[in-house]
Design a protein around this ligand. Structure first.
Ligand SMILES: Cc1cc2nc3c(=O)[nH]c(=O)nc-3n(C[C@H](O)[C@H](O)[C@H](O)COP(=O)(O)OP(=O)(O)OC[C@H]3O[C@@H](n4cnc5c(N)ncnc54)[C@H](O)[C@@H]3O)c2cc1C
Length: 382
Protein backbone atom coordinates (compact mmCIF):
# COMPACT_ATOMS: atom_id res chain seq x y z
CA UNK A 1 0.00 0.00 0.00
CA UNK A 2 1.12 3.52 -0.63
CA UNK A 3 2.30 4.98 2.66
CA UNK A 4 0.91 8.44 3.37
CA UNK A 5 3.10 9.29 6.36
CA UNK A 6 6.07 10.85 4.55
CA UNK A 7 6.53 14.22 2.83
CA UNK A 8 9.07 15.30 0.19
CA UNK A 9 11.69 16.23 2.80
CA UNK A 10 11.60 12.74 4.28
CA UNK A 11 12.03 11.20 0.84
CA UNK A 12 15.08 13.40 0.21
CA UNK A 13 16.47 12.48 3.63
CA UNK A 14 15.90 8.79 2.83
CA UNK A 15 17.72 8.98 -0.45
CA UNK A 16 20.65 10.75 1.18
CA UNK A 17 20.79 8.26 4.09
CA UNK A 18 20.54 5.35 1.63
CA UNK A 19 23.65 6.65 -0.13
CA UNK A 20 25.37 6.94 3.24
CA UNK A 21 24.50 3.32 4.07
CA UNK A 22 25.77 2.10 0.70
CA UNK A 23 29.02 4.04 1.05
CA UNK A 24 29.85 3.91 4.76
CA UNK A 25 28.10 0.84 6.20
CA UNK A 26 27.61 -1.90 3.58
CA UNK A 27 31.30 -2.17 2.55
CA UNK A 28 32.36 -2.53 6.20
CA UNK A 29 29.71 -4.88 7.56
CA UNK A 30 31.59 -8.16 7.10
CA UNK A 31 34.63 -6.72 8.88
CA UNK A 32 32.50 -5.32 11.72
CA UNK A 33 30.62 -8.61 12.09
CA UNK A 34 33.97 -10.33 12.68
CA UNK A 35 35.30 -7.56 14.96
CA UNK A 36 32.13 -7.53 17.07
CA UNK A 37 31.97 -3.75 16.97
CA UNK A 38 31.63 -0.92 14.44
CA UNK A 39 34.38 1.67 13.93
CA UNK A 40 33.88 4.72 16.09
CA UNK A 41 34.19 6.92 13.06
CA UNK A 42 30.85 5.62 11.79
CA UNK A 43 29.34 7.96 14.37
CA UNK A 44 31.58 10.87 13.31
CA UNK A 45 30.59 10.37 9.67
CA UNK A 46 26.91 10.08 10.57
CA UNK A 47 27.19 13.28 12.62
CA UNK A 48 28.98 15.16 9.85
CA UNK A 49 26.21 14.20 7.41
CA UNK A 50 23.33 15.28 9.67
CA UNK A 51 22.19 11.80 10.70
CA UNK A 52 22.56 12.30 14.46
CA UNK A 53 20.36 14.45 16.67
CA UNK A 54 17.93 15.54 13.99
CA UNK A 55 15.59 16.73 16.78
CA UNK A 56 18.23 18.61 18.81
CA UNK A 57 18.14 22.43 18.59
CA UNK A 58 20.52 23.81 15.96
CA UNK A 59 22.21 25.97 18.62
CA UNK A 60 23.35 22.70 20.26
CA UNK A 61 24.58 21.08 17.07
CA UNK A 62 21.43 19.26 15.93
CA UNK A 63 19.05 19.45 13.01
CA UNK A 64 16.43 21.49 14.87
CA UNK A 65 13.45 19.48 13.59
CA UNK A 66 11.33 17.54 16.06
CA UNK A 67 9.88 14.86 13.81
CA UNK A 68 10.32 11.17 14.52
CA UNK A 69 9.80 10.31 10.86
CA UNK A 70 13.48 11.14 10.25
CA UNK A 71 14.49 8.62 12.91
CA UNK A 72 12.12 6.15 11.30
CA UNK A 73 13.80 6.56 7.91
CA UNK A 74 17.19 5.69 9.44
CA UNK A 75 15.76 2.67 11.26
CA UNK A 76 14.13 1.41 8.06
CA UNK A 77 17.07 1.95 5.76
CA UNK A 78 19.61 0.01 7.82
CA UNK A 79 17.23 -2.95 7.81
CA UNK A 80 16.57 -2.64 4.07
CA UNK A 81 20.31 -2.94 3.49
CA UNK A 82 20.58 -5.98 5.79
CA UNK A 83 22.78 -4.01 8.21
CA UNK A 84 20.57 -4.03 11.29
CA UNK A 85 23.43 -5.08 13.56
CA UNK A 86 25.71 -2.30 12.39
CA UNK A 87 22.90 0.26 12.42
CA UNK A 88 21.65 -0.53 15.90
CA UNK A 89 24.26 1.66 17.57
CA UNK A 90 23.08 4.67 15.57
CA UNK A 91 19.39 4.09 16.25
CA UNK A 92 20.07 3.49 19.94
CA UNK A 93 22.01 6.76 20.06
CA UNK A 94 19.30 8.75 18.21
CA UNK A 95 16.04 7.14 19.26
CA UNK A 96 16.73 5.80 22.73
CA UNK A 97 19.53 7.79 24.39
CA UNK A 98 18.94 11.21 22.81
CA UNK A 99 15.58 11.83 24.55
CA UNK A 100 17.23 11.56 27.98
CA UNK A 101 19.58 14.39 27.07
CA UNK A 102 16.83 16.42 25.41
CA UNK A 103 14.15 16.05 28.05
CA UNK A 104 15.86 15.27 31.37
CA UNK A 105 19.20 17.11 31.11
CA UNK A 106 19.40 20.67 32.42
CA UNK A 107 20.79 23.54 30.33
CA UNK A 108 24.35 23.15 31.57
CA UNK A 109 24.33 19.41 30.82
CA UNK A 110 22.84 20.01 27.39
CA UNK A 111 25.57 22.54 26.54
CA UNK A 112 28.21 20.14 27.88
CA UNK A 113 27.08 17.03 26.03
CA UNK A 114 24.66 17.60 23.16
CA UNK A 115 27.11 19.14 20.64
CA UNK A 116 29.40 16.09 21.00
CA UNK A 117 26.46 13.70 20.84
CA UNK A 118 25.28 15.31 17.60
CA UNK A 119 28.75 15.37 16.03
CA UNK A 120 29.34 11.72 16.92
CA UNK A 121 32.33 12.50 19.15
CA UNK A 122 30.37 11.32 22.16
CA UNK A 123 28.72 7.91 21.73
CA UNK A 124 25.91 7.08 24.13
CA UNK A 125 24.44 4.03 25.83
CA UNK A 126 21.78 3.36 28.43
CA UNK A 127 22.44 0.84 31.20
CA UNK A 128 19.51 -0.59 33.10
CA UNK A 129 19.97 -4.37 33.01
CA UNK A 130 22.12 -6.08 35.63
CA UNK A 131 23.31 -9.69 35.80
CA UNK A 132 20.56 -10.49 38.30
CA UNK A 133 17.69 -8.36 36.91
CA UNK A 134 16.22 -7.35 33.57
CA UNK A 135 12.44 -7.19 33.46
CA UNK A 136 12.16 -6.47 37.19
CA UNK A 137 14.00 -3.16 37.00
CA UNK A 138 13.05 -1.90 40.45
CA UNK A 139 15.05 -4.76 42.02
CA UNK A 140 18.33 -3.41 40.66
CA UNK A 141 21.25 -3.36 43.07
CA UNK A 142 23.73 -0.86 41.61
CA UNK A 143 24.02 1.86 44.25
CA UNK A 144 24.98 5.52 44.16
CA UNK A 145 25.55 6.88 47.65
CA UNK A 146 25.87 10.63 48.07
CA UNK A 147 29.21 11.96 49.30
CA UNK A 148 29.32 15.78 49.19
CA UNK A 149 29.04 16.92 45.58
CA UNK A 150 29.51 13.39 44.25
CA UNK A 151 27.88 9.98 44.26
CA UNK A 152 29.94 6.87 44.87
CA UNK A 153 28.71 4.23 42.43
CA UNK A 154 29.13 0.47 42.97
CA UNK A 155 27.64 -2.42 41.01
CA UNK A 156 27.53 -3.78 37.50
CA UNK A 157 25.42 -3.81 34.33
CA UNK A 158 25.24 -6.29 31.51
CA UNK A 159 24.00 -6.64 27.91
CA UNK A 160 24.69 -2.93 27.28
CA UNK A 161 24.36 -1.92 23.61
CA UNK A 162 27.24 0.37 22.50
CA UNK A 163 28.88 -0.86 25.71
CA UNK A 164 32.41 -0.84 24.30
CA UNK A 165 32.16 2.32 22.18
CA UNK A 166 30.11 4.46 24.57
CA UNK A 167 31.57 7.62 26.07
CA UNK A 168 28.44 8.58 28.04
CA UNK A 169 26.43 5.86 29.75
CA UNK A 170 23.04 6.81 31.17
CA UNK A 171 23.10 4.51 34.17
CA UNK A 172 20.13 3.53 36.33
CA UNK A 173 21.22 3.44 39.99
CA UNK A 174 19.67 3.22 43.43
CA UNK A 175 20.31 6.43 45.32
CA UNK A 176 18.08 5.03 48.08
CA UNK A 177 18.63 1.26 48.19
CA UNK A 178 15.85 0.84 50.78
CA UNK A 179 13.26 1.78 48.13
CA UNK A 180 12.20 0.16 44.89
CA UNK A 181 11.00 2.52 42.11
CA UNK A 182 11.26 5.63 44.26
CA UNK A 183 14.89 4.90 45.11
CA UNK A 184 16.07 5.04 41.49
CA UNK A 185 18.01 7.85 39.80
CA UNK A 186 19.84 8.30 36.50
CA UNK A 187 23.52 9.23 36.39
CA UNK A 188 25.69 9.82 33.34
CA UNK A 189 28.93 7.90 33.72
CA UNK A 190 31.74 9.05 31.49
CA UNK A 191 34.53 7.14 29.77
CA UNK A 192 37.69 7.37 31.85
CA UNK A 193 36.12 7.83 35.27
CA UNK A 194 38.22 5.97 37.89
CA UNK A 195 36.64 2.63 38.79
CA UNK A 196 34.46 2.46 35.64
CA UNK A 197 35.62 -0.65 33.78
CA UNK A 198 34.28 -2.43 30.71
CA UNK A 199 34.02 -6.19 30.83
CA UNK A 200 33.69 -8.57 27.90
CA UNK A 201 32.23 -7.65 24.55
CA UNK A 202 29.67 -10.45 24.80
CA UNK A 203 29.48 -13.18 22.15
CA UNK A 204 25.92 -13.29 20.84
CA UNK A 205 23.77 -15.46 18.59
CA UNK A 206 23.36 -12.53 16.16
CA UNK A 207 23.88 -8.76 15.87
CA UNK A 208 27.58 -9.46 15.63
CA UNK A 209 28.56 -5.94 14.54
CA UNK A 210 27.01 -4.57 17.69
CA UNK A 211 29.12 -4.23 20.83
CA UNK A 212 27.09 -5.54 23.74
CA UNK A 213 29.10 -5.37 26.92
CA UNK A 214 29.35 -5.77 30.64
CA UNK A 215 30.12 -2.68 32.71
CA UNK A 216 31.62 -2.71 36.20
CA UNK A 217 31.59 0.12 38.73
CA UNK A 218 33.89 0.11 41.76
CA UNK A 219 33.72 3.24 43.91
CA UNK A 220 33.22 5.42 40.83
CA UNK A 221 33.02 9.06 41.91
CA UNK A 222 30.30 10.69 39.77
CA UNK A 223 29.56 14.41 40.22
CA UNK A 224 26.00 15.27 41.25
CA UNK A 225 26.14 17.54 38.17
CA UNK A 226 25.94 14.33 36.08
CA UNK A 227 22.52 13.38 37.45
CA UNK A 228 19.65 13.55 34.95
CA UNK A 229 16.53 14.88 36.65
CA UNK A 230 15.84 14.96 40.37
CA UNK A 231 17.07 12.33 42.76
CA UNK A 232 14.53 9.50 43.05
CA UNK A 233 12.89 10.20 39.68
CA UNK A 234 14.97 7.73 37.65
CA UNK A 235 12.19 5.23 37.20
CA UNK A 236 9.83 7.92 35.90
CA UNK A 237 12.56 9.09 33.53
CA UNK A 238 13.01 5.59 32.16
CA UNK A 239 9.29 4.97 31.83
CA UNK A 240 8.68 8.25 30.02
CA UNK A 241 11.25 7.32 27.35
CA UNK A 242 10.15 3.72 26.89
CA UNK A 243 7.32 4.33 24.35
CA UNK A 244 9.79 5.86 21.88
CA UNK A 245 12.34 3.09 22.59
CA UNK A 246 9.72 0.44 21.93
CA UNK A 247 8.42 2.16 18.81
CA UNK A 248 11.98 2.28 17.48
CA UNK A 249 12.22 -1.51 17.86
CA UNK A 250 8.80 -1.96 16.22
CA UNK A 251 9.79 0.22 13.25
CA UNK A 252 12.93 -1.89 12.78
CA UNK A 253 10.86 -5.07 13.13
CA UNK A 254 8.51 -4.23 10.27
CA UNK A 255 11.37 -2.95 8.13
CA UNK A 256 13.36 -6.14 8.76
CA UNK A 257 10.33 -8.22 7.81
CA UNK A 258 9.88 -6.23 4.61
CA UNK A 259 13.53 -6.65 3.67
CA UNK A 260 13.26 -10.41 4.31
CA UNK A 261 10.16 -10.54 2.12
CA UNK A 262 11.92 -8.74 -0.74
CA UNK A 263 14.96 -11.04 -0.61
CA UNK A 264 12.71 -14.10 -0.44
CA UNK A 265 10.49 -13.04 -3.33
CA UNK A 266 13.53 -12.45 -5.54
CA UNK A 267 14.95 -15.83 -4.55
CA UNK A 268 11.66 -17.61 -5.23
CA UNK A 269 11.59 -16.22 -8.76
CA UNK A 270 15.13 -17.28 -9.49
CA UNK A 271 15.62 -20.65 -7.77
CA UNK A 272 14.43 -23.68 -9.73
CA UNK A 273 13.27 -27.05 -8.43
CA UNK A 274 11.52 -29.81 -10.37
CA UNK A 275 11.94 -27.71 -13.50
CA UNK A 276 10.09 -24.65 -12.26
CA UNK A 277 10.77 -21.57 -10.08
CA UNK A 278 10.13 -22.48 -6.42
CA UNK A 279 7.83 -19.45 -6.19
CA UNK A 280 5.38 -21.15 -8.54
CA UNK A 281 4.53 -23.87 -6.00
CA UNK A 282 1.25 -23.08 -4.34
CA UNK A 283 2.78 -23.38 -0.88
CA UNK A 284 5.41 -20.74 -1.75
CA UNK A 285 2.80 -18.40 -3.19
CA UNK A 286 0.59 -18.75 -0.13
CA UNK A 287 3.52 -18.21 2.22
CA UNK A 288 4.60 -15.10 0.31
CA UNK A 289 1.01 -13.85 0.28
CA UNK A 290 0.74 -14.28 4.05
CA UNK A 291 4.09 -12.55 4.61
CA UNK A 292 3.10 -9.57 2.51
CA UNK A 293 -0.33 -9.27 4.09
CA UNK A 294 1.02 -9.26 7.62
CA UNK A 295 3.76 -6.75 6.76
CA UNK A 296 1.17 -4.33 5.34
CA UNK A 297 -0.94 -4.68 8.48
CA UNK A 298 2.07 -4.10 10.73
CA UNK A 299 3.20 -1.13 8.65
CA UNK A 300 -0.18 0.59 8.89
CA UNK A 301 -0.15 0.31 12.68
CA UNK A 302 3.47 1.42 13.07
CA UNK A 303 2.95 4.42 10.78
CA UNK A 304 -0.05 5.41 12.86
CA UNK A 305 2.00 5.04 16.05
CA UNK A 306 4.70 7.33 14.64
CA UNK A 307 2.06 9.96 13.87
CA UNK A 308 0.76 9.57 17.42
CA UNK A 309 4.29 9.93 18.85
CA UNK A 310 4.83 13.10 16.82
CA UNK A 311 1.54 14.45 18.16
CA UNK A 312 2.60 13.61 21.73
CA UNK A 313 -0.22 11.09 22.02
CA UNK A 314 1.43 7.65 21.87
CA UNK A 315 0.57 5.74 25.03
CA UNK A 316 2.72 3.14 26.79
CA UNK A 317 0.13 0.50 25.89
CA UNK A 318 0.11 1.38 22.17
CA UNK A 319 3.92 1.34 22.04
CA UNK A 320 3.86 -2.05 23.78
CA UNK A 321 1.38 -3.38 21.21
CA UNK A 322 3.60 -2.19 18.38
CA UNK A 323 6.71 -3.65 20.01
CA UNK A 324 5.47 -7.15 20.69
CA UNK A 325 3.41 -7.61 17.54
CA UNK A 326 5.92 -6.21 15.08
CA UNK A 327 8.86 -8.13 16.54
CA UNK A 328 6.84 -11.36 16.54
CA UNK A 329 5.94 -10.52 12.92
CA UNK A 330 9.64 -10.06 12.17
CA UNK A 331 10.35 -13.49 13.65
CA UNK A 332 7.55 -15.21 11.69
CA UNK A 333 8.35 -13.59 8.37
CA UNK A 334 12.10 -14.17 8.57
CA UNK A 335 11.61 -17.78 9.63
CA UNK A 336 9.34 -18.38 6.63
CA UNK A 337 11.89 -16.63 4.43
CA UNK A 338 14.66 -18.95 5.62
CA UNK A 339 12.44 -21.95 4.84
CA UNK A 340 11.87 -20.74 1.28
CA UNK A 341 15.60 -20.22 0.81
CA UNK A 342 16.25 -23.86 1.70
CA UNK A 343 19.81 -24.57 2.88
CA UNK A 344 21.05 -21.23 1.56
CA UNK A 345 18.79 -19.52 4.10
CA UNK A 346 20.95 -20.92 6.86
CA UNK A 347 24.13 -19.35 5.46
CA UNK A 348 25.18 -16.03 6.93
CA UNK A 349 26.49 -14.96 3.53
CA UNK A 350 22.82 -14.68 2.55
CA UNK A 351 21.15 -11.64 4.15
CA UNK A 352 18.19 -13.76 5.24
CA UNK A 353 20.53 -15.99 7.28
CA UNK A 354 22.06 -13.07 9.11
CA UNK A 355 18.62 -11.48 9.60
CA UNK A 356 17.41 -14.74 11.17
CA UNK A 357 20.14 -14.63 13.81
CA UNK A 358 19.72 -10.88 14.34
CA UNK A 359 15.95 -11.07 14.75
CA UNK A 360 15.68 -13.36 17.75
CA UNK A 361 16.64 -10.75 20.31
CA UNK A 362 14.05 -8.17 19.28
CA UNK A 363 11.31 -10.09 21.14
CA UNK A 364 13.46 -9.85 24.29
CA UNK A 365 15.30 -6.53 24.50
CA UNK A 366 13.51 -3.27 25.21
CA UNK A 367 11.05 -5.34 27.27
CA UNK A 368 10.05 -8.91 26.45
CA UNK A 369 6.86 -9.85 24.62
CA UNK A 370 5.48 -11.08 27.95
CA UNK A 371 6.18 -7.78 29.69
CA UNK A 372 4.55 -5.91 26.78
CA UNK A 373 1.43 -8.02 27.21
CA UNK A 374 1.53 -7.37 30.98
CA UNK A 375 1.53 -3.60 30.34
CA UNK A 376 -1.40 -3.86 27.92
CA UNK A 377 -3.26 -6.34 30.11
CA UNK A 378 -2.91 -4.25 33.27
CA UNK A 379 -4.50 -1.29 31.50
CA UNK A 380 -7.58 -3.41 30.86
CA UNK A 381 -8.39 -3.57 34.55
CA UNK A 382 -8.02 -7.35 34.70
C1 LIG B 1 21.70 -7.91 22.45
C2 LIG B 1 21.10 -7.28 23.67
C3 LIG B 1 21.14 -5.90 23.82
C4 LIG B 1 20.62 -5.32 24.98
N1 LIG B 1 20.77 -3.96 25.17
C5 LIG B 1 20.48 -3.44 26.38
C6 LIG B 1 20.82 -2.07 26.69
O1 LIG B 1 21.37 -1.35 25.85
N2 LIG B 1 20.55 -1.60 27.92
C7 LIG B 1 19.96 -2.38 28.87
O2 LIG B 1 19.76 -1.88 29.97
N3 LIG B 1 19.61 -3.66 28.62
C8 LIG B 1 19.88 -4.20 27.40
N4 LIG B 1 19.56 -5.51 27.14
C9 LIG B 1 18.89 -6.30 28.16
C10 LIG B 1 17.44 -6.63 27.83
O3 LIG B 1 16.64 -5.49 27.82
C11 LIG B 1 16.97 -7.70 28.82
O4 LIG B 1 17.66 -8.90 28.51
C12 LIG B 1 15.47 -7.90 28.80
O5 LIG B 1 14.80 -6.78 29.31
C13 LIG B 1 15.03 -9.14 29.60
O6 LIG B 1 15.62 -9.16 30.86
P1 LIG B 1 16.37 -10.50 31.36
O7 LIG B 1 17.33 -10.90 30.33
O8 LIG B 1 16.89 -10.25 32.73
O9 LIG B 1 15.24 -11.59 31.43
P2 LIG B 1 14.26 -11.87 32.68
O10 LIG B 1 13.67 -10.61 33.16
O11 LIG B 1 15.00 -12.73 33.65
O12 LIG B 1 13.12 -12.73 31.95
C14 LIG B 1 13.28 -14.12 31.66
C15 LIG B 1 11.93 -14.63 31.14
O13 LIG B 1 10.92 -14.45 32.15
C16 LIG B 1 9.83 -13.72 31.64
N5 LIG B 1 9.26 -12.84 32.65
C17 LIG B 1 9.91 -12.00 33.50
N6 LIG B 1 9.01 -11.34 34.26
C18 LIG B 1 7.77 -11.76 33.88
C19 LIG B 1 6.43 -11.43 34.25
N7 LIG B 1 6.18 -10.51 35.19
N8 LIG B 1 5.43 -12.05 33.62
C20 LIG B 1 5.65 -12.97 32.66
N9 LIG B 1 6.89 -13.31 32.24
C21 LIG B 1 7.93 -12.71 32.84
C22 LIG B 1 10.42 -12.88 30.49
O14 LIG B 1 9.43 -12.49 29.59
C23 LIG B 1 11.43 -13.86 29.90
O15 LIG B 1 10.78 -14.72 29.02
C24 LIG B 1 20.02 -6.12 25.98
C25 LIG B 1 19.97 -7.51 25.81
C26 LIG B 1 20.53 -8.09 24.71
C27 LIG B 1 20.57 -9.59 24.63
Amino acid sequence: MRRTIFEDDHDLFRSSFRQFVDKEIVPNVDRWEKAGVVDRDLFLKAGANGFLGMDVPESLGGGGVKDYRYNMVIGEEVQRAGCGGAGLGLTLHNDICMPYFLHLADEEQQRRWLPGICSGELITAVAMTEPGIGSDLASMTTTAIRDGDDYIVNGSKTFITNGINADLVITAVKTDPSQRHKGMSLLVLERGMDGFERGRNLEKVGLHSQDTAELFFTDVRVPVANRLGEEGTGFLGLVSNLPQERLSIAVAGVAAARAAFDWTLAYCKERQAFGQPIGSFQNSRFTLAEMQTEIEIGQAFVDRCVEALNAGELTAEEASMAKWWCTELQGRVIDAGVQLHGGYGYMTEYPIGRAYADARITRIYGGTTEIMKEIIGRSLGV
